[in-house]
Ligand binder design. Structure first.
Ligand code: SAM
Length: 410
């Protein structure tokens, strides 16, 4: 790949591209980089590159002509090398937001020219004539396009073969698969009293990968719900994890089973509602109250199943054959992340085989459950309840209860 940067500060850009990982890769000719001084292409005696804006206003605007001539020279050099015409990107605060997907797209061009503005910007006519696209690196304004062009160059060049030691180096990183990266740790094993997560010392790569995957999803869900939502929509669960020999899901018949389910139900409600309910509201989720509710719902046609691992209750789910509703899917805190929720949701849907489109209700704050439902083929299908503090005394924040309906992609 060849990268050309068109700038008033070529030394600044060149220095960066000659340093560290990119510098070593450049020295090995893994890519070619050229930084061009816009001033060298001026045609006036003073070698002036900018002028006042037409229509008035503060600041100066870069002339079209020197940038146009510089880009023509770059195109000629590429042609002489037998390369394709460069893809021209203008770095502007008003451009399209930049992300890893754009980096990957730009990395596939044989030649890329990055044009840096300065002062108030660049005469729009040269952007319209030469630009293939305008990119902004974020919702803030820099004094010049140099840092922005280097951000683009760095993120694009590290994707070139051989620049990073291993391809896996970038494939595991944040944004590659639409998720943020899991946390990283290095020596010492205990630093200022903080030990690293024990799984990383097991040497069991399946376990480590599974832990990292969970961390990645959880971080993305908490820090970037927008990315998580997109990821869930594009990563359906197509393979249900296998039931282990020690796992069972049994129809709740005995008092002991009902007590265990009521405990799970109470714990689940307190966890889901901890950010939206008042202390008094949360205190109402007692095993006794939840048991009463389960008994009433059973009379109304619900069937509940208790999941156990080695005879220890660690999950539950309910189905209503009359309405096709799935409900009360809860997994104990310690068993979360082990696939029990996925298995129970699949199990419940299969129990409702007479309903083509079973459905469930979920609070908008329960983003973990929404993510699972989405990945299992359930899509939002309206709002069932809206809770308002003051009106609904148990709530301290407004929240909604969505309906999600099973809608497999045929
Ligand atoms: N007047 C411009 C505006 O309001 O959009 C800002 C010009 S800025 C002070 C000068 C130059 O910095 C721009 O021409 C552009 O090349 C660069 N620049 C500033 N912010 C940027 C961003 N967020 N992304 C990419 N380039 C940026």
């Amino acid at each position: 790949m060849r990268i050309d940067i068109v700038t008033l500060f070529p030394e600044l850009c060149d220095g960066f591209l000659s340093t560290s990982i990119l510098g070593r890769a450049r020295a090995k000719n893994l890519f070619e980089a050229h930084c061009h001084q816009i001033r060298d292409y001026t045609k006036n005696k003073q070698r002036q590159t900018d002028d006042y804006p037409y229509g008035g206003g503060c600041g100066m605007v870069l002339y079209a002509q020197p940038i146009a001539d510089c880009l023509r020279a770059v195109a000629d050099q590429c042609a002489q090398q037998g390369r394709a015409k460069p893809h021209v990107v203008f770095l502007t605060a008003a451009g399209q937001p930049y992300n890893e997907e754009t980096a990957r797209r730009l990395s596939s061009y044989e030649s890329l020219a990055l044009v840096c503005g300065h002062y108030e910007g660049i005469d729009q006519r040269v952007i319209d004539t030469f630009g293939d696209e305008e990119i902004s690196i974020g919702d803030y304004v820099l004094t010049g396009g140099e840092l922005a062009s280097l951000v683009v160059a760095d993120s694009v060049l590290r994707l070139q073969p051989g620049v990073l030691a291993e391809e896996k180096g970038y494939q595991d990183e944040s944004y590659w698969d639409g998720l943020l990266e899991y946390p990283q740790f290095t020596r010492p094993e205990v630093w200022e009293g903080q030990a690293i997560p024990p799984v990383l010392l097991t040497g069991d790569h399946n376990k480590i990968d599974a832990w990292r995957g969970r961390q990645s999803r959880e971080r993305t869900r908490q820090r970037r719900p927008d990315l998580y939502d997109q990821w869930c929509a594009t990563h359906p669960i197509t393979q249900i994890p296998r039931w282990k020999r020690t796992e069972r899901a049994q129809l709740i018949k005995t008092d002991a089973q009902l007590d265990a389910a009521a405990k799970l139900f109470a714990e689940g409600c307190r966890t889901v509602c901890r950010d939206v309910c008042t202390e008094a509201g949360l205190a109402e989720y007692t095993p006794e109250a939840m048991r009463q509710r389960l008994e009433e719902e059973r009379k109304a046609g619900w069937a509940f199943y208790l999941h156990t691992t080695s005879d220890t209750p660690d999950g539950m789910v309910g189905v209503c054959h009359k309405t096709g509703e799935i409900g009360h899917l809860f997994v104990t805190q310690s068993a979360r992340g082990s696939g029990i929720g996925t298995k129970l949701l699949d199990f419940a849907r299969k129990k409702l085989a007479e309903h083509a489109r079973p459905w469930l209700a979920v609070l908008d704050v329960n983003t973990a459950a929404i993510g699972l439902y989405r990945r299992m083929g359930y899509l939002p299908d309206g709002v069932r309840n809206m809770y308002q503090p003051g009106v609904d005394v148990a709530f301290c924040k407004p929240c909604k209860e969505f309906v999600m309906r099973y809608q497999p992609q045929d």
